[in-house]
Design a protein around this ligand. Sequence first.
Ligand code: UTP
Length: 284
Amino acid sequence: MKKITKAVFPVGGMGTRFLPATKSIPKELLPIIDKPLIQYAVEEAIEAGIDTLIFITSSSKHAISDHFDPMPDLREKFAENKPHLAKKLDTIPLEVKRVFVPQGQPLGLGHAVLQAETLIDEDEMFAVILADDFIQSEVNPLKPLMDAAINSQQATVSVEQVAQERLSSYGVIAPKQWQNDVTKVDDIVEKPVVADAPSEFGVIGRYVLPHKVFEYLKRTQQDHSGEIQLTDALFEAMKGEGLQAVKLNGQRFDCGSQEGFVLANLHVAMQDEDLKQSILKALS
Ligand code: UTP
């Protein structure tokens, strides 16, 4: 069984909920305290064994590639007197490969993933990571997904229980039968009205997909807002080879929303004793 070594990071969205900040920087570069969302996502991928990072970018924004530049001159300047700062410049190990693919037009998540087609071998599965889903967990969130996908050779999505009133913002699955946090999927519906939602399990931003998904994406029609939805291709994968879901074991913050972003920052800040004391004092 071929190892999963490539991860796709769709970072070409418009991030309208964070305008004007996202006029010139992708939302994936917004920081949780001092570290951008995309760097957390990349660290998670590398820890899970990924050695090739494929960023699907918006063509006018180069800030993500700049973020992962090694900056040897500055590093040398800090090396002697400020080694802690030099270390912070090492945003990515040099041996990890990076590929930047312009999406061209922001035609949706499915369209973004499709841009990676030529970089994935036909017998290869690959991960997709949405950096704006910020996850804090003991266990690397990608690993159980990779294990389940390798075992079954089926497209595999990460899910979590979502409050009823928020279900209509998610792709929602119908689980067949849970076994150790893994289930086959009987149905998947994009942004259902609550009454039609097949369960309370919403798909979150971690996927492991087979090459075949590109075939389904190419056949997927644009929806009413002009976007090509990944969920539609996953529905076809479910009818074809089958689809699985793995329950997230951890805490997720939807940093594509202002509320989730602020809560994620607070959550991480409260883990730092100095910041925690300052916050508690300010709030008292
Ligand atoms: P979102 O649905 O959050 O859309 O994308 P968005 O455009 O980024 O943000 P809003 O809704 O306008 O505020 C989910 C993920 O898919 C990527 C985004 O960058 C994000 O990581 N995406 C979305 C693309 O790469 N290309 C697209 O055309 C759309």
